[in-house]
Design a protein around this ligand. Structure first.
Ligand SMILES: [Zn+2]
Length: 307
C-alpha cells in the first residue's frame, strides 16, 4: 500500500514538474532562420513549429492543410516578409483576420539599410539574414514579439536575447577575419540565385546570381552564357550550388566555364538540426543553427576561393 502511495505521489510530482516547465505560448515560424532565433530566446517556454524544413525554397512554398491548422492554433506567427514567402502572404493575411498575431520580423529593418530587388520595382531584397548587422535587428523584433505574447517571461526572454545578439554580432568579426585570407580579386560569389547580396555588401564580395532574386523564374540560356563568359574573363576558380535551389544551372555553367563547383552553400533554409560540419581549424558547425550555417558557408567559400 505504501509503495502504491509512493508511486502515485511520484507520478503527481512528476506531472506538476512537467506542467510548470511546459511551454506557455505556441509560435509558428515560416523559415528555419527565424525558428532558430525563437529557439534561442524562447527555449522550452515556447512550443515552436517551423513550416519550412531543410532544403525548402520559401519563394515557392505553399501552405499545406496541416500548416493552416497550426497557424489557426498559434499564439504568434513570425515570418520574414519583404516578399520572401511570396505564396504564403494570403494565408498569413487570412489567419491575421481570424485574430492571430502575425509579424513580419524582417520588415523591422530601416528601408535605407535594405537593398533593392532586381526582380520587382518598389520591393526589397528579402535575404537579410546574410548580414549579421541586419539580422541582429530581426532578433530584436522576435524578442519584442515573444515578450508581447508572453509578458510573464519578459525578463527571461530579454536575458537570452541579449546573449544571443552578442553571438550574432561576434559572427561578423569571425567571418571578416576568415574572408581577409581570400585575395581581393577572387572575392566573387557566383551562385544560382541572388541570395547573397547582403553578404556581398557586408563582407566585400561581388555577387553574381544566375537566376535573379526570386527562384520563381528559371535562368535562361543567355544568363548561362553571360555568366560563363564572366567567370572565364575574371579567372574565378570556383562557383557554388545552393541547398534550396536545383544545382543543374550551376553544374552547366561549371562545365561551360571550367570553374569547379566549390561546394553547396545554404541559402534560404538552414540545414538539419544537429548535423555537424568540421571547419578548417577543427571547429564543428551545427548547420541546423543560424550561427553554424553562416560559419559553414564562410568556411566553404574561403576554402574554394582562397589560396
Ligand atoms: Zn531566395
Amino acid at each position: 500500500m505504501k509503495t502504491l502511495f509512493g508511486r502515485i505521489f511520484f507520478l503527481v510530482a512528476a506531472a506538476l514538474a512537467y506542467s510548470s516547465s511546459y511551454a506557455s505560448i505556441r509560435v509558428v515560424t515560416s523559415t528555419s532562420q527565424i525558428a532558430d532565433i525563437v529557439r534561442n530566446i524562447g527555449g522550452s517556454e515556447v512550443d515552436l513549429k517551423v513550416l519550412m524544413g531543410p532544403g525548402v525554397d520559401p519563394h515557392l512554398y505553399k501552405a499545406t492543410a496541416r500548416d493552416v491548422i497550426s497557424l489557426q492554433r498559434a499564439d504568434l506567427i513570425l515570418y520574414n516578409g519583404l516578399h520572401l514567402e511570396g505564396r504564403l502572404a494570403e494565408t498569413f493575411s487570412k489567419v491575421n483576420k481570424l485574430g492571430r498575431t502575425v509579424v513580419a520580423v524582417g520588415e523591422v529593418i530601416p528601408k535605407d539599410r535594405l537593398l533593392a530587388s532586381a526582380d520587382y520595382e518598389d520591393a526589397h531584397d528579402p535575404h537579410v539574414w546574410f548580414d549579421p548587422s541586419l539580422w541582429v535587428m530581426v532578433v530584436g523584433s522576435v524578442e519584442a514579439s515573444l515578450i508581447a505574447a508572453d509578458p510573464s517571461n519578459a525578463a527571461l526572454f530579454a536575458d537570452r536575447a541579449s546573449l544571443y545578439k552578442k553571438k550574432v554580432e561576434a559572427l561578423s568579426i569571425w567571418a571578416q577575419e576568415r574572408i581577409d585570407s581570400v585575395p581581393e580579386s577572387r572575392r566573387v560569389l557566383v551562385t544560382s540565385h541572388d541570395a547573397y547580396n547582403y553578404f556581398g555588401r557586408a563582407f566585400g564580395f561581388q555577387v553574381v546570381g544566375v537566376q535573379g532574386v526570386s527562384t520563381a523564374s528559371e535562368a535562361g540560356l543567355a544568363d548561362i552564357i553571360n555568366t560563363a563568359d564572366f567567370i572565364k574573363k575574371r579567372g574565378i576558380p570556383a562557383i557554388f550550388v545552393e541547398s534550396s535551389v536545383s544545382p543543374a544551372t550551376i553544374e552547366r555553367i561549371s562545365r561551360d566555364s571550367g570553374a569547379r563547383v566549390g561546394g553547396e552553400l545554404f541559402s534560404d533554409a538552414l540545414g538539419a538540426l544537429g548535423e555537424l560540419h568540421e571547419g578548417v581549424d577543427g571547429e564543428k558547425f551545427d548547420v541546423g543553427t543560424y550561427l553554424g550555417m553562416f560559419k559553414y558557408n564562410v568556411d566553404t567559400i574561403v576554402r574554394a576561393l582562397g589560396d
